[in-house]
Write a new protein. Structure first.
Length: 179
């Protein structure tokens, strides 16, 4: 939308000899010489803006160009705002198979906070040394996390062992649509 405002020709920058003119109310005035169209626009203290340069003859609208550009920028900002609200981030939590209960609850609180904010949570369980010989312990920890967060989130990707890491992805539960 920002590019649309840049491409438009206004007032003396219009090159055609004759133009089809639309007034402030959206009514067609007709095909008139450019000089007369500029005079009409000046009498109404507005600008003559070429909205359809490829038409034969080009279509020009009498409008307040500054106000038009302002409205276009507001629309663009509104679109950006809506787009940024729909972005979902993936937050990562790293944990070990032998984690103390307090630390475990601390991580659970973080995961719940991420899910309540609408973000996804990736839980990475890291095996060190000989811990890798007991992947079932890691799976138990990830299952416990899934169980404790089931009220606010769902498991999007089941626990998967990749090298020395076991990962699981949690997504926020879909909120019910109000009817």
């Amino acid at each position: 939308m920002k590019n649309i405002a840049k491409k438009l020709r206004i007032n003396e920058k219009i090159t055609s000899k004759e133009v089809r003119v639309i007034d402030l109310g959206g009514n067609q005035i007709g095909i008139i010489p450019l000089s007369e169209a500029l005079k009409i626009a000046k009498d109404e203290s507005c600008d003559l803006v070429e909205v359809s340069p490829n038409a034969s003859p080009p279509v020009c609208r009498i409008m307040d160009y500054g106000k038009f550009k302002y409205q276009q920028s507001k629309k663009l900002n509104q679109a950006k705002k809506k787009h940024s609200q729909s972005i979902i981030h993936i937050k990562e939590i790293k944990i070990r198979p032998k984690t103390d209960e307090h630390d475990f609850q601390f991580k659970i609180r973080h995961i719940k906070r991420f899910l309540s904010q609408g973000d996804k949570a990736k839980i990475s369980l890291i095996f060190r040394g000989r811990e890798i010989t007991h992947p079932e312990l890691g799976k138990e920890v990830l299952d416990r996390i899934a169980e404790e967060t089931k009220d606010i989130g769902v498991v999007e990707q089941l626990p998967k062992l990749e090298g020395r890491n076991m990962t699981m992805l949690l997504a926020p539960k879909a909120k019910p649509v109000d009817s």
